[in-house]
Design a binder for this molecule. Structure first.
Ligand code: ZN
Length: 505
């Protein structure tokens, strides 16, 4: 490595500079979603777009390309060494960025802003026809983008999926999802027919916002989110933004008559935040100090939200405190009634409100439609009908309006096509990691019931967070669990948990 040391150091300096610029944009975006007065919108758009332009310029500079080209032809040690990983991933990003013509990058960002605005108004008015021309334009632009990025002779959708989940192919997702769907559809039907159902209304009683804020923050700290290196605020759409080592921002939202929203939303974002806080500071700004993919990121949030936060053992520990915080609503509710209420399963229209069992079906529906849009088999004007038909097939119900049907999510208007699968991939990875952690750490339920979350957090730090982008997602799963990527662990977990909760045979 000695002869490469100087160009390698130059590369690291440059990557850190680009990443630092990106983190400035993250601060501005976080502020826009939390504290910025609405009058600041125009100036903020200019600020963010200035930075995005600069970032693209730096990230596609010929000097950077030359540096990467030279380094990738020299010996950098083993494929998974720090140097080899940083060069490999930096080269991958560089090649992607330079494949996109400047005109397309600008057009996508312009149309995305306008289209999101049109979507928001059309959704409010439940008027799909007002959104349709924007969606049509967005689909065309995404097809063009995919064609620029396409590397294989597989479907164009591969290129979009690869933007969010590097290395994962449409075919892989398809086969895993169809295996999952075969098991989920009958499970949902059995649960619907179950005679012994929990009382969901328990979580819809009165939950004062101040107490919710205190309780959810306290539990986020207990599972391991470090509030000395992060904070939580309120935004319309919850998110997590890791600016860099030492500063990770979470947001949530409150409903004083729905316990689940803020509480599980906070655990979810804290799970994302603990990934960001678990990355090694010495690699900050380089691929070795960055999360693997959206799916792996989502595996961390869903693990803390669902596998931990919605487990009975978690509440064996936390319920006493919850009752003290919400004496009027929970004072006379036994633990198991509460546990049933937070895990109530029901086919519903809205993805973000879905339970653990039906959630993945919402994703599969979107994945199916997106592939057709990108393949040119589904035009914008046909989407509402296709949505409703597929919805009926999966859930046995049909949305009453497009606002709670095909227009419910912001993603398509923003150009995030190929993004949805990463949510379900996150659930799949989470179950595989959790199963491996159980094997290595012993009975996690016993630990959770005692309020001991540190062992799991440290296991995740060591096995996932500190590895940065050393391995692509599917390979990371193999390295960590010894098994290949598969929905088996998720299916087993869901059947066991909900079979017992709903007394299914
Ligand atoms: Zn998430």
């Amino acid at each position: 490595m000695s002869s490469n040391q100087q160009p390698y150091d130059e590369l690291i300096t440059e990557l850190k500079r680009i990443s630092l610029l990106g983190s400035c944009a993250s601060v501005l975006n976080w502020d826009r979603e939390t504290y910025m007065p609405s009058g600041g919108a125009e100036l903020r758009a200019e600020q963010v777009s200035l930075i995005a332009g600069l970032e693209h310029q730096w990230a596609t500079s010929p000097q950077l390309g030359e540096l990467l080209e030279n380094l990738s032809q020299t010996d950098l040690g083993a494929d998974d060494s720090v140097e080899a990983v940083n060069v490999r991933e930096a080269k991958r990003s560089y090649e992607r960025a330079t494949k996109l013509p400047q005109r397309l990058v600008e057009e996508l960002s312009r149309v995305s802003a306008l289209s999101q605005h049109a979507w928001s108004e059309a959704k409010q008015a439940n008027d799909f026809s007002a959104f349709e021309p924007w969606l049509k334009q967005m689909i065309a632009l995404k097809r063009e983008q995919a064609a620029c990025l396409q590397q294989t002779d597989g479907p164009l959708y591969d290129a979009l999926l690869d933007s969010y989940e590097p290395g994962m192919t449409t075919a892989q997702v398809q086969s895993t999802f169809s295996q999952l769907r075969e098991q989920l559809v009958p499970l949902v039907a059995k649960i619907a027919e179950a005679s012994n159902k929990p009382d969901r209304t328990i979580v819809c009683r009165s939950f004062p916002v101040d107490a919710q804020r205190e309780f959810s923050k306290q539990m986020a700290a207990e599972i391991g989110f470090d509030f000395h290196r992060g904070r939580i605020d309120v935004s319309a759409h919850p998110f997590c933004s890791g600016f860099g080592p030492g500063d990770c921002r979470l947001t949530t939202r409150y409903d004083d008559h729905f316990f689940n929203m803020a509480f599980f939303g906070t655990l979810h974002e804290a799970g994302h935040g603990m990934y960001e806080q678990g990355l090694l500071p010495e690699h900050a700004g380089t691929p070795m100090g960055r999360a693997v993919s959206l799916g792996i990121h989502e595996s961390q949030s869903r693990m803390w939200e669902n596998l931990v936060g919605r487990s009975r053992s978690f509440w064996q520990h936390a319920y006493g405190n919850a009752r003290k915080m919400f004496p009027e609503s929970l004072g006379n509710v036994p633990l198991d009634a509460f546990y049933g209420a937070i895990n109530y399963v029901e086919p519903s229209m809205i993805r973000v409100e879905a339970d653990e069992v039906t959630y993945n079906l919402h994703i599969m529906l979107r994945f199916e439609l997106e592939q057709k849009m990108i393949a040119g088999e589904l035009e914008a004007e046909q989407i509402p009908e296709a949505w409703n038909e597929t919805f009926r097939e999966y859930f046995g119900i049909v949305p009453a309006s497009d606002a709670e049907g095909c227009m419910q999510d912001v993603h398509w208007s923003a150009g995030y096509i190929g993004y949805f699968p990463t949510y379900a991939l996150g659930n799949i990875y989470a179950s595989q990691f959790f199963e491996a952690a159980q094997k290595q750490l012993g009975n996690l339920d016993e630990l959770f019931a005692r309020g001991e979350f540190q062992s799991l957090k440290e296991w995740l730090n060591k096995n996932i967070h500190q590895r940065g982008q050393q391995y692509p997602a599917a390979q990371l799963v193999e390295v960590v669990t010894g098994n290949s990527f598969s929905a088996d662990a998720l299916i087993k977990y869901l059947k066991l948990k909900f079979g017992s909760l709903y007394h299914l045979e």
